[in-house]
Design a protein around this ligand. Structure first.
Ligand code: ADP
Length: 275
């Protein structure tokens, strides 16, 4: 559906000209629907911990003379409020990285350092879950961008790999140089797990905001459903791609592909978006 609006324009030669402005309403309607869905999702996600906190506060009041119960309720309040804090933090992160124009910019970063920092952040969670993380990075892999965001994106994939695996399995993180189908230099950062895997019908959808294959499992592991949407936005802003391949029951592999920078005597050339 197209909307037509007449807009008066005047220049020196044609003081009474009119331009016709065509607006694609179907695209606008689609965007409105996406926005409404998002607000509905956010409200729903906020409602759960806020509702729990309200009930727990009431329970604390009722249990004023039973210190053990009070302590138990307080513990659960702490759990709910940290969940709330994580959700708000990820919503803010998402709004920071989404809809940003792909902007090369930033500084050069050594991929081995990004990976090491990312893995360090997830070390404790992995140990707690009895999951070993193997890291293998080639030397001299240089990308350009926001190191903090790229580290967060890699850490997010490692966090998921740990969260969706059983104890006593391994997660591997590798980084290697390569070329895309147009022979442009790239780096592939690959996170592989031996976890529950992802059905092919879900593989297309997991990068959507709030999409979870198993909402109960995601919540149980402290997931918000926003992690992969954040990863996708960060990687896209860095002119890269993120992809998944998986065999349900056997494990998943997530790959972040970024343009690789040639460092030649201090100057560098950024390649266009990778394919
Ligand atoms: P969440 O906070 O729920 O983990 P994400 O956006 O990070 O949200 O991931 C979306 C969904 O994709 C998860 O809820 C889970 O169902 C699925 N998923 C992500 N990573 C993996 C993985 N490594 N193995 C299996 N499932 C995964």
């Amino acid at each position: 559906a197209l909307a037509v609006t007449a807009v008066p324009i005047s220049d020196g030669q044609n003081p009474n000209s009119t331009a016709l402005l065509l607006t694609d309403l179907s695209e606008q309607r689609r965007l409105d629907a996406v926005r409404r869905d998002f607000v509905a999702n956010v409200s729903h996600e906020l409602k759960t911990p806020v509702g729990a906190l309200t009930l727990l506060a009431e329970a604390v009041q009722d249990a004023a003379d039973a210190p053990e119960a009070v302590a138990r309720f307080a513990g659960r309040m702490q759990h709910e409020s940290s969940r709330l804090a994580k959700l708000v933090g990820e919503l803010m992160e998402l709004s920071r990285v989404q809809g940003v124009d792909p902007m090369p910019g930033g500084s050069e970063a050594d991929v081995a350092v990004l990976v090491a920092d990312a893995v360090d952040r997830e070390r404790l969670a992995a140990e707690t879950a009895s999951i070993a993380i193997d890291v293998q990075c080639e030397d001299d892999l240089v990308v350009r961008g926001n190191a903090e965001q790229l580290t967060a994106a890699i850490a997010n994939l490692v966090e998921n790999a740990v969260a969706y695996s059983e104890p006593d399995t391994r997660v591997s993180v590798t980084a290697r140089a390569g070329a895309d189908h147009q022979a442009r230099p790239i780096v592939d950062i690959v996170v592989t797990d031996q976890g529950i895997g992802i059905d092919s019908t879900d593989q297309d959808r997991i990068f959507e905001r709030f999409y979870r294959v198993d909402p109960a499992r995601s919540r149980a592991t402290g997931g918000t459903g926003l992690g992969l949407a954040i990863v996708k936005n960060i990687v896209t802003n860095h002119l890269g791609r993120v992809s998944v391949s998986s065999v349900p029951g056997a494990g998943s592999t997530f790959t972040i592909r970024l343009p690789r920078v040639h460092s030649v005597a201090g100057s560098s050339v950024l390649e266009p978006e990778v394919g």
